[in-house]
Design a protein around this ligand. Structure first.
Ligand SMILES: [Zn+2]
Length: 147
């Protein structure tokens, strides 16, 4: 399935023309755009959110999340990952359950000490972090700019 087909499927699910893989039903959505908490369901396809709203989407699996909150993952916009003295996988194990789902790593320290091999080592260890992740890429491609 190519990207266009995947996008087409998400749109069809959002329009109610095809069942979602998963619907989170009855939750309270923390809308960071309106700064309000709103009751809504969430339709998920291929690990992506296809739709959020009051609609009753059909799905292969539905999870009742009544009384729970759904909100975007936090992004730490500036972190020196190597200063934590943790591997990326161990850092993820500790912060993901608390809501941080992405970091912007300023990895100049390892670059200053080990140069390009250090950066490559960090990237390689970060790739391992996503392997087996339900929502991560898991394809092992480098995320280095230009790489
Ligand atoms: Zn910095």
């Amino acid at each position: 399935m190519d990207d266009v087909q995947r996008l087409r499927r998400r749109i069809q699910v959002a329009l109610g023309q095809e069942p979602a893989d998963l619907v989170l039903k009855g939750g309270q959505i923390v809308n960071v755009f309106t700064q309000r908490i709103e009751p809504a369901n969430v339709a998920i396809v291929d690990g992506w959110i296809a739709a959020v709203g009051p609609y009753d989407w059909k799905a292969r699996e539905t999870i009742d999340i009544s009384g729970r909150f759904v909100l975007p993952g936090f992004i730490d916009p500036h972190m020196h990952l190597e200063s934590t003295l943790l591997t990326p996988a161990e850092l993820a194990r500790l912060i993901v359950p608390l809501g941080t789902t992405a970091i912007i790593s300023d990895s100049h320290e390892i670059g200053n000490v080990l140069g390009i091999p250090g950066i490559d080592m960090l990237l390689s260890a970060s790739d391992d972090t996503w392997k087996g992740s339900r929502l991560g890429r898991g394809d092992g491609r480098s995320r280095r700019a230009g790489g």
